[in-house]
Structures are given as C-alpha cells and as structure tokens.
Design a protein around this ligand. Structure first.
Ligand code: UFG
Length: 325
C-alpha cells in the first residue's frame, strides 16, 4: 500500500464519492477537495474533506506539497449537457479553466499520476452509434468541448513532463452503492434514470421523453448505461496501472450496449411496479441520437470486468437509494 494520500477533487459528488468509498475500503489514504457546490459532506465516507476550489492554484499547490501527493483523481466539474448549452461559460470556466489551474498546481508540486473524468460527449454524433477511443472527436455541446479541451491540456502537459495520466470517458453513469450508503443526491437532477426513479416515488408528477423522432428503432435516444460501482472500480484499476508504471491511456467506460429512453422507462416501471405518466416532449438541445461505447480497451488494458452489467440492477440500486433519500 502506498503511503502518500491520493487527492480526489469533487470527491463529495456522485461519482467521486463512490470512488472515495472504494479507495477507502482498499486502504488508501484519501484527501477530498470539494467546494460543496453540488457535493455533500455526508457522501464522503473516507478521508479528509478540504473545502476549496480546484481553480485556486496556490491553495491546491500547498495541499499537494503538504501531503506529498503523487496521484490526483479529478472529478470536480459541471455535468449537465442542456445547462452547458444555455450557460456555456460556466462550463468552460469550471471544466476547462479550473482544470488548467489544477494541472498547473500538479506541475508545480510534481504530481506523477492524474486520472481525468472525461465523457462520451467528446464524440459528438458517432456515425454508427458506437464510439471507439480513436473515433473522431467532434463534441456537439459546450459540455463535451469543455472536457475535450481538458483532455488535450492533460496530454500536452504529459508530453512535456513526467506526468502520466488516465483519461476515462464515461458513458451514462447510473445506479448507487450496492451497500445503500451513498448514491446520487443532486437536487433538480436531469439524468434519465434518476429522474424516472424520482417520478416513481411521486417526487415528480410525470416524466418527459425528450424527442421521439430520432433515427433509432423506437425514435428515442439510445445510451450506454454503466453502473456507478463498475465505473468506480475502473478508477482504482487505472490508478494501479499508473502506479505500476503503466503508460498514459484513454479508455471508454461503458458496457458496449445501449438502451433507448423508452426501454429505460419500461424497466423503471417494471422494477418499481409503478406506472409512470410518460409524456412526449420536443428534443432537448445538445442530445446526440445514440452513444454506445466500444469498450474493449479498458478490459484489455486494466483487466476491468463489470459486475453490475444489467439494467435491472442499475435501476434497482438507483431506486433503493431514491427511497432512502
Ligand atoms: N431524457 C429524457 N427525459 C428526461 C431526462 C433525460 O427523455 O427527463 C433523455 C435525454 O434526452 C437523453 C437521455 O434521456 O436522450 C439521457 O439523458 P441524460 O440527461 O440522462 O444523460 P446525457 O446523455 O445527456 O448525459 C450523460 C452525462 C454526460 C455524459 C453523457 C454521455 O450527463 O456527462 O451522459 O452519454 F457525457
């Protein structure tokens, strides 16, 4: 086990908190850096929580030096695609400019390993629905562009220094800790499975299907939904890869198959036993018709084997968490 703590930015957020939990369970020392703008103190089950911004270079540099940190996992970001369309500078500010400051702090403090939360949104509209890591990068919304710019900064910094990185491009993350301790707590959530689970509990009167005229079999958008627990595991493996001297890499995090919005809503109704009021609505700005991962690389490179690769399980865990909230 390594002595130095690992810095996790955004560790009080949905994805970061699941990774912090797994790191803690694996015996790592963790320092969480989060400004609690969307994260929750109670979601941080391990380590020390430092309240601050990733864009505060002096503060982050001091933190990194003080704790002799060699490895950083960077989750802190804004993540809502439609909001990025209406408020693009918010996304470029936090996801790109603050990442630049964080990287500068890492360079100042001699950080060696950096894992970056990227997104399938960097691919834009893939011609055949599936995206491999070397597919064209053509994001269609500011969210995807803000993340892609950060990928490029990271690559360029690594080329110019001793830093090695793992870029993980997430597809659609859903579900919750199978142990029921943490989950997605975001108020005013926009993500489909979360929203549908809220609707089953009467927290919402109905659910909109954004667009029914897409060029997909049932006309609704298709996404590759990945269980948060499998995604979190990928981060531990990525870190291990870099700690063992592995090369920098970029890898998709998805299962390699997709479900349409209607299929997801059918599953939520089946698992919950609740009939939802489902309404057809216009397309939502910034949505590509289909995004499915080609997901061989992460298995081959990191030995990642998903354990929760069933929509029933993803929805079941999301529902259990929603009931607890
Ligand atoms: N959708 C609805 N009704 C809702 C909510 C969503 O029809 O109430 C639809 C959306 O229009 C979209 C699909 O469900 O077609 C999935 O939408 P989400 O908001 O759940 O997720 P996104 O695909 O927009 O984005 C998510 C993450 C991004 C990531 C992307 C990768 O938020 O960070 O997945 O596919 F880039």
């Amino acid at each position: 086990m390594r002595k130095q703590p690992i810095l996790v930015t955004g560790g009080a957020g949905y994805i970061g908190s699941h990774v912090v939990r797994q790191l803690g369970e694996a015996g790592h020392q963790v320092i969480v850096l989060d400004n609690l703008s969307t994260g929750f103190r109670a979601s941080v089950l391990y380590g020390n929580l430092m309240i601050g911004d990733t864009g505060d270079r002096a503060f982050v540099t001091q933190l990194l030096r003080e704790h002799d940190i060699e490895s950083v996992l960077h989750f802190a970001a804004h993540i809502v695609v439609p909001e990025s369309v209406s408020d693009p500078l918010k996304y470029y500010g936090n996801n790109t400019c603050n990442t630049r400051e964080l990287l500068a702090a890492c360079a100042d403090a001699g950080v060696k390993h950096f894992i970056f939360s990227s997104t399938a949104a960097v691919y834009g509209i893939p011609p055949d629905m599936e995206c491999a890591e070397d597919s064209p990068l053509a994001p269609i919304n500011p969210y995807g562009r803000s993340k892609l710019m950060s990928e490029w900064m990271l690559q360029d910094l690594a080329a110019a220094s001793n830093l090695r990185y793992g870029v993980l491009r997430y597809f659609n993350v859903a579900g919750a800790d199978p142990g029921g301790r943490i989950g997605q707590s975001t108020p005013k959530a926009t993500h489909l499975i979360k929203v549908a689970c809220e609707a089953t509990l009467g927290k919402r009167s109905h659910i909109d299907v954004f667009g029914t005229d897409y060029p997909t079999p049932d006309g609704t958008c298709i996404r590759d939904y990945i269980h948060i627990e499998d995604l979190a595991r990928a981060h531990l493996l990525a870190l291990e890869h870099l700690h063992n001297g592995g090369e920098s890499f970029t890898a998709n995090c998805g299962y390699g198959h997709g479900y349409s919005v209607r299929e997801v809503l059918d599953k939520v109704q089946e698992v919950s036993g609740v009939k939802l009021d489902i309404r057809e609505a216009p397309r939502r700005a910034g949505d590509p018709p289909a995004l499915i991962a080609k997901a061989e690389r992460i298995r081959a490179l990191l030995g990642w084997t998903p354990q929760y690769n069933q929509l029933d399980t993803i929805v079941g865990h999301a529902l259990t968490w929603e009931r607890r909230l």
